[in-house]
Design a protein around this ligand. Sequence first.
Ligand SMILES: C[S@@+](CC[C@H](N)C(=O)[O-])C[C@H]1O[C@@H](n2cnc3c(N)ncnc32)[C@H](O)[C@@H]1O
Length: 295
Amino acid sequence: MRAEPAHPLTGGGGAVAFGAAEPAWNNFQYRFTADDFARVRGFIYRNAGISLAPGKMDMVYSRLARRLRATGVESFAQYLDLVESGDPQELEAFINALTTNMTSFFREPHHFRLLSERLRQHRDQRQVAIWSCASSSGEEPYSIAMTALDALPAGAGVSILATDIDTNVLGRGSEGIYPVDQLPKIPEPYRKRFFLRGEGNNEGFIRVKEELRRVVTFKRLNLLDGQWPMRGKFDFVFCRNVMIYFDRPTQLAILERISRVLHPDGLLFVGHSESLHHAQELFRVCGNTTYALRS
Ligand SMILES: C[S@@+](CC[C@H](N)C(=O)[O-])C[C@H]1O[C@@H](n2cnc3c(N)ncnc32)[C@H](O)[C@@H]1O
């Protein structure tokens, strides 16, 4: 059993230890042992902050077996040697395979109602800056963009930074093409204004219009990175449904950094199951899963 090395952001080795008694998965195409799984857990924890629960062995097998096939290696042990050797392409593919990207347009709609109210009161000409820090495939930042373009008084501008660790979903977000069955999640008045319906080969898809695309910038950012490259502060930060994958020390370290990039009057939105009890010194409740800086 490998010792858990220190976490780069929190200093602790927070992933839960995995019992060594798990049988190898000999009935599957690739042998997957308890030691392999422990290596996966340690590596994704150190590189993305993600704490994989001990019960996720099947999920990890099915997500990584594709990478084993693609790289042509013969075992998990060989594949993990490749990832741990520092091959940057495979490290990216490994992280992409293990992230969970579930999202949708206007998910947790109360946040967008509050955002709209706040933006309607925006009086100065300063551009509003918003960060969606785990943007997945773009539904969240585009929902923010629609809300902002609708609510902001004429002449006021908005810029939305959409970041994620997973380069696959970022690519989908930049393309801005979604299955047409997503339309019902988008408020009716926004559908025609902000989307084009595909025809011919593109039948069955919708595409965000230029007006929306223009205000959203997609960039890769690992929340664990030592340096966050942005300058200036954000009026709103959406950090939703990502902290559930992190342990408490990692959450706290990230929340502390978010508090430093949030405007003094800004708001932080978190996911429905992500309370900030442990960060009460930094944030105070300001609505349903909505927080403001304490000081
Ligand atoms: C479940 S999705 C949430 C998407 C969106 N915020 C929402 O609430 O609908 C979680 C996202 O967090 C991203 N993620 C996981 N670990 C990350 C990290 N260390 N840095 C940045 N993004 C991360 C994943 O790639 C995934 O796209």
